[in-house]
Ligand binder design. Sequence first.
Ligand code: IPD
Ligand code: CA
Ligand code: CA
Length: 268
Amino acid sequence: MHLNSSELQILLEIATEAAFAAGAVLQGYLGLEEIAEKERAGDLVTAADLASEAVILDILARHFPTHAILAEESGKLGNTESEYLWVIDPLDGTTNYAHQYPFFAVSIGLMIADVPQVGVIFDPFHNELFRAAKGLGATCNRRSIQVSQTAELSKSLLVTGFAYDRRETTDNNYAEFCHLTHLTQGVRRSGSAALDIAHVSCGRLDGYWERGIAPWDIAAGIVLLQEAGGKVTAYDGSPIKIESGRILATNSHIHELLSRELSIASLG
Ligand code: IPD
Ligand code: CA
Ligand code: CA
């Protein structure tokens, strides 16, 4: 389905309103937290996750009562027949947040007919708003952003993450992390997948990969990075499936190199 730019702009503005409201909730709860663990050790949920999600759902339901929603804490909601699916992480970086480590974000993506077309990632602590819509470009605080031009791994700064099931599987990304740490200027582990992709989108980082990732971690980031000139695929370079749990997201110039090294590391 193809929307014109004013239709996309309206969706972007409402997503921004929701992200700002959610960001204010997160800033308000920071440091006051009751922290509960989810089913898996280390997978935390705070009152802030729930309160942030509630304000986003309220704003989206008010403006778009016929759309579908997939939200991390509430699951599937709304009209499941709709071609419009909002994919929401109300607090990406919960572990950081619970420790008052200031690296977390709200992530709101909109998929239309299964394609990510609108994305808003808001970092309320640093007051950085990343936004994109298909064909309209990517911005940070309303200024156009682009990926880096780095074309060699030896000159690259990368980022990755380790999923909550890392203690339960040998496919835990440790081998890949060590391998790429040797080949690059470094591999960061920030604790917020949405901000990782946002920082590749604005050229602070050159590439990101992760396994065990959920649709709400990456829906907004996919359109942001594509609009900033980057590339997003599965590890092997094939088209990304948002539910597959694996993502390779780069400035495009190091994409094939990083894909190859990930496969070498996983064989090794
Ligand atoms: C997590 C963060 C983290 C990533 C995990 C995610 P949450 O999301 O994005 O960077 O490594 O895989 O689950 O739980 O903080 O929303
Ligand atoms: Ca997340
Ligand atoms: Ca979350």
